[in-house]
Design a protein around this ligand. Structure first.
Ligand code: ASP
Length: 581
């Protein structure tokens, strides 16, 4: 069995005889001397062969990615390579065996590959040989190891919950699995183990965790996959602060164990309403400032008809101040920003440059003297500063300006991937209203406890209810979220009613759950971390596929195994399924 690894050998082992295994990463034939970079999971070590060596002819025949084993003596290198961990030494080979030949590869195994993503996904096992992906998977392993160690020490119990579950409304679309034994019935794959972990608390487990696979049939994005992993946790007899402190300790340990970073706890907290007002997002990136400024009152006497109409229509005017860019931001660049914010519903982006105590820009001519003075005074404008303004409905303005803030932040290189800014977003509303459907939905999920003073308003004034919920945010990503749960049967019933469910629907969908509440339910709460998002940030990538061994494409397919695929009609028949055209 291979027990050693390439990068364990250093100058101290000179003279030692070793047997190594691995892949031929590179072969160089320097007229008489052959050098082979032998790669294993740990990295590369150099093998050296001279024409008089017995194994020379085998070495001559080697190609990239052939699998070999070599025995030889460690010697000090004449010319050292600072870029390699094993760069001070090489192995003078005495015997060499080819364990398996490799065909010509569809792409070269190297870090800065130019191979198409599609090709790399088809041959994922080859892509995994590249340093970056290997590094990410090993990092993911370190993260889960660190998490398990932390939670085990705190007396959490790791429990597995079912993958074949009951389909429940609310939330994303379910992946369904037909039952062969129960004709016409379906299981759903879990969107999260939420109900099971709460039932584990009712079952007396007190502290639970699971590194749990979750499935959601949603449209995919750069940070979303149809199946993903949550670090799912639940605790009995806790309040919000205790769950947050436990999570902070966990993230502190993970950052220390993976990156050697000391993270300060407690993390700052921000109310949901402040996050929306100042950053236009419920997951603000705090690595830079450039907060959204409410300019509604500054423009309350505006004669500019566009602003006037919006204000008369109860809209808002908000802006961001971008320092020292007036000279460098061209018309073309600004037009690019205008196009960018259109995606978020802003039909217009007003802008101003402040140079030599004068305003120029799209709305410079409509500014009154008072407005000019107020802008300079309120935002402490200095020569070279710029202001971007969006006016309209509050939700559109916040979103569009929040996105522009991030876009400009990126453009100005303000998002340092080595900086980690954790934050709790708290005081979420319990419900959000959908104009389209004319009803309330749960902001998190229907098991989230209302704040104590909101319980009385659940049915009378849902819009005014707040939740005992918290999201942990890191560099603009929601890396986790959770809440204290409802643990009284009558409150849970009310919650379902507020969501417009009739007693029959409640009974059919959640009867078992509500029933369990009647048999002694401890107060409980928890949180789930998105393992992939956390790993992405630690690995400094913005593509979720980079931290998953076998990911799916944007159309939810696996290009390597070609799933999903058509199945034998016989299989469908057994499952009592007919596919319509
Ligand atoms: N189950 C929740 C989710 O998936 C997390 C939690 O509340 O613990 O978002």
């Amino acid at each position: 069995m291979k027990q050693n690894y390439n990068t364990m050998y250093q100058l101290e082992q000179v003279g030692k005889t070793v047997t190594l295994f691995g892949w031929v990463a590179k072969k160089r034939n320097l007229g008489g001397l052959i050098f082979i970079d032998l790669r294993d999971r740990s990295g590369v070590i150099q093998l050296a062969l001279k024409p008089e060596d017995q194994a020379y002819s085998i070495a001559e025949s080697l190609h990239s990615e052939d699998v070999i084993t070599a025995t030889g003596t460690i010697i000090e290198r004449a010319s050292k390579n600072q870029n390699l961990v094993t760069g001070d030494i090489e192995v003078e080979v005495t015997s060499l065996t080819v364990l398996n030949r490799a065909q010509e590869l569809p792409f070269e195994i190297k870090n800065d590959t130019t191979a198409l993503e599609e090709t790399r996904l088809m041959y994922r096992y080859l892509d995994l040989r590249r340093e970056t992906l290997k590094h990410n998977l090993l990092m993911r392993h370190r993260i889960t190891t660190s998490i398990r160690t932390y939670l085990n020490e705190l007396n959490f119990v790791e429990v597995e919950t079912p993958i074949l579950c009951k389909s429940t409304p609310e939330g994303a679309r379910d992946y369904l699995v037909p039952s062969r034994v129960n004709k016409g019935s379906f299981y759903a794959l879990p969107q999260s183990p939420q109900l099971f972990k709460q039932l584990l608390m009712i079952g007396g487990m007190e502290r639970y965790y699971q590194i749990a696979r979750c499935f959601r049939d949603e449209d995919l994005r750069a940070d979303r996959q149809p199946e993903f992993t949550q670090v799912d946790m639940e605790m009995s007899f806790v309040n919000e602060e205790e769950v947050r402190a436990m999570t902070e300790g966990l993230l502190q340990k993970v950052m220390k164990d993976t990156l050697g970073l000391e993270i300060t706890v407690p993390f700052p907290t921000m109310r949901y309403s402040d996050a929306m007002n100042y950053y236009g997002s419920d997951k603000p990136d705090l690595r830079f400032g450039m907060k959204l400024r409410d300019m509604t009152s500054l423009f309350h006497q505006t004669t500019f008809s566009v602003f006037r109409n919006i204000l008369d229509d109860h809209g808002v005017i908000k802006g961001i101040v971008v320092r020292e860019v007036a000279n460098s931001y061209s018309r073309k660049k600004i037009d690019g920003f205008t196009t960018y914010v259109k995606r978020y519903g802003a039909s217009n982006l007003a802008w101003l440059k402040y140079q030599e105590q004068t305003f120029t820009g799209s709305i410079a001519k409509v500014l009154s003297e008072e407005e000019q003075a107020a802008l300079v005074r309120d935002y402490r404008l200095q020569d070279g500063d710029m202001i971007f303004i969006i006016a309209g409905k509050p939700s559109m303005v916040n979103t569009a300006l929040g996105e522009l803030r991030l876009h400009i932040g990126k453009d100005l290189d303000l998002l340092d991937p080595n900086e980690y800014q954790f934050l709790w977003v708290v005081d979420f509303p319990l419900f959000e209203y959908s104009e389209e459907d004319g009803r309330y939905y749960a902001c998190h999920h229907p098991f989230t406890a209302p704040k104590d003073d909101s319980v009385a308003h659940l049915l009378t004034d849902p819009g005014k209810c707040y939740a005992k919920a918290y999201d942990v945010v890191l560099n603009g990503y929601e890396v986790g979220g959770g809440s204290i749960r409802i643990h009284q049967q009558e409150v849970q019933q009310k919650m379902f009613e507020a969501l417009g469910m009739t007693p029959e629907v409640i009974d059919e969908k959640f009867g078992y759950f509500v029933r369990a509440f009647g048999y002694g339910t401890p107060p409980h709460g928890g949180l789930a971390l998105g393992l992939e998002r956390l790993t992405m940030l630690i690995c400094k990538t913005d593509n979720i596929k980079d931290v998953i061994a076998f990911p799916k494409t944007a159309s939810a397919s696996d290009l390597m195994s070609e799933s999903p695929n058509l199945v034998d009609p016989k299989q469908l028949e057994e499952l009592h399924i007919a596919v319509t055209k």
